[in-house]
Write a protein that binds this ligand. Sequence first.
Ligand code: NAD
Ligand code: UDP
Length: 350
Amino acid sequence: THHSQGSLPRLAQEQQIPSARSVAKRPGRILVTGGAGFLGSHVCEALLRNGEEVVCLDDFSTGTRANLAHLEGHRGFRLLQGDVAAPVTAEVEAAQVDAIYNLACPASPAQYQADPIRTLKTCVFGAATMLEFARSRGAAILQASTSEVYGDPQVHPQPEHYVGHVNPIGPRACYDEGKRCAETLFFDYRRQHGLSVKVARIFNCYGPRLRPGDGRVVSTFIVQALLGQPITIHGDGRQTRSFCYVSDLVTGLLALMRTPDAVTGPMNLGNPAEIPVAELAEMVVRLTGSRSRPVFLKAAVDDPRQRRPDITQARQVLGWAPSVPLEEGLLRTIAYFDRVLAGGEGAAAG
Ligand code: NAD
Ligand code: UDP
């Protein structure tokens, strides 16, 4: 019929995309390290929604049980307390996971600089431990790397082949160099042991379950605006970031994990919409209807001046691009913080 002929090309295309771009895998059991954190809790939720079983390993240093409270009754979900950098426990061993998302690591500069030696150990020993565990199980492993591997970038926007501009002895180095070393380990395990590795370079991500008091710019500005406090801009506010809403980011991470073994990354995941920090402050004030005013404080040491992902690779390989505009994502995040500050939901500050 005319109808079936008309729909043929579209059907063929629909059938082609999954086989070309992703490996159809049966639901499995997945370890999420750092699953009690901001990003990790959304990853756990998305995996469970897809019918996977999830084992979460977290030491609750910057994450909270409250982030996972809504999942704790779920049949497919288990929450284990432990340090990702310590030897794998019998409990984790017994879970028989076949894929790993390695997200355990503080991500807020204030938090990762509070105990830099521990941060570096989490990055490096955590990656080494999880890679060896992945190898023993023949599991695929995804690393939550970061745009910080580009340091204060001299190439803009940042493509994956840019090797970066990081100060190895500054206060951010525990995180930047830790994440760079973790990437090195991932690619050495790939070359030396043929492990299936996926490295995502995540650019600033925001959304519900950021924590009040974590020091990150979006959570800080929203809480300040809602409480009518001054908005603390570090430096002149002309430094830029590109903010990706969490649901977009999680979709990208899961898509990367579903790719064939040959796809390793490193792959940028983020929203290319770039904004100066001072403009973000104005936007948050406007969207909250706040009377807060900006105050300009000392710039953070080694603070990157500009940051924006080149996501050509993610577009081509995953067919992925973010879809939530900043204003919409901020409104959802503001609604979340409204509830948290009213004492109705989520983790307490601190
Ligand atoms: P987060 O601080 O909210 O979550 C990190 C989680 O890891 C927390 O639950 C914390 O308790 C846990 N953790 C920390 N050290 C641990 C250890 N030694 N053992 C076990 N658990 C430990 O941060 P997030 O924003 O959710 O970031 C998650 C991951 O994504 C991190 O690896 C981070 O580097 C990476 N990342 C995040 C962003 C972002 O914008 N959110 C950007 C780039 C990279
Ligand atoms: N920032 C700011 N005020 C704050 C917190 C952060 O002006 O209260 C700035 C910070 O100096 C940086 C940007 O916002 O230029 C993003 O900071 P964040 O700590 O959220 O992330 P990162 O520096 O890791 O991108």
